[in-house]
Design a protein around this ligand. Sequence first.
Ligand SMILES: [Zn+2]
Ligand SMILES: [Zn+2]
Length: 365
Amino acid sequence: MTTMQSAVLRGPDPMQVESIDLGAPEAGEVLVRVVACGVCHSDLHSINRAKSGPLRTPVILGHEVGGIVEEVGPGVTSVKAGDHVVVAFRPNCGQCYFCLRGDLALCERPDNPDRAATGARPRLHSSGEPVLQGVGVAGYSEYTLMPERGVVKVRDDAPLDVVCLVGCGVTTGVGAAINTAKVHAGSDVAVIGLGGVGLNIVQGARLAGARRIIAVDTVASKGALAAKFGATDFVNAAEGDPVAAVQKIAGGYLDYAFEAIGLGVTVTQAFNMVRRGGTAVVVGVVGQDVTVPGLAFLGEKKLIGSFFGSARPQYDIPRLIDLYMDGKINLDDLVSKRRPLREVNEAFADMETGEVARSVINPRG
Ligand SMILES: [Zn+2]
Ligand SMILES: [Zn+2]
């Protein structure tokens, strides 16, 4: 049994740092010492769901983890104590219909130690009370206990407080461009929403060889930031109709538009931006119905979803880290702020203002 400090969410109140008990790793489990955990927008969705009721609590959020293996349980062969790892949230089962056909992001039986929900035994406790691991991770903690398929061994020379972002935002964004949409060289691309995911869609499109990459946001300062990731143009959506502005830049022939905010209205904009035969890709978490003009389907427009960059974590995560170490993608400019665990609520307040790309929590800071 280990006792650790974790930021616990209990209903509508801010997270509080508490002492949490954690069992030793059992068969197939890996105990990871968390070095850094990125603050991702989907955790904000969870916090808002806790405020309105439907989220099960108490829960520890945080799923963008870089860490070092502390101990492994019996039968674990792919990592050992001392290995550097990035956590893959919602670990895939490797056996279901979707896993067998290679669509690992769509796994229908993820080993999700939100375990009480799947009938399995909770592994974290607060004075005997079970505490859930949000999306199977619990990264706002000194340690996390993962199934073996939920950790990916990464090179030792990569800084964990930067490459932790590959655990969610980087893979989601770059993967949406290169895996889901398969952006082709020379194409014209727009990206709506320049948070941690949107900036990675921008650099995914650059990696794929896009010609124009038009970045769209309502915060003017995001234009200069997006340029550091490969954007060629910026449209301030606060200053008028972004559809008309993007089409003007693209000469009416935009090939791909990515929505990275999670609003019905911006999905409609993305769909309306693309040319006949073009593709609008929804990356944001859209909790509402979406309206698009039906006649546009006669022009063979495509509207598609993307989850976790259609990634195969054990394959994609080490490659994205190599691209970063070779200077081919930019992760350093994603990390706007580093904070200790006790400032986790302030990190979420920063994200809500839209002024930071990503904060990273150091649980021992
Ligand atoms: Zn995330
Ligand atoms: Zn599966």
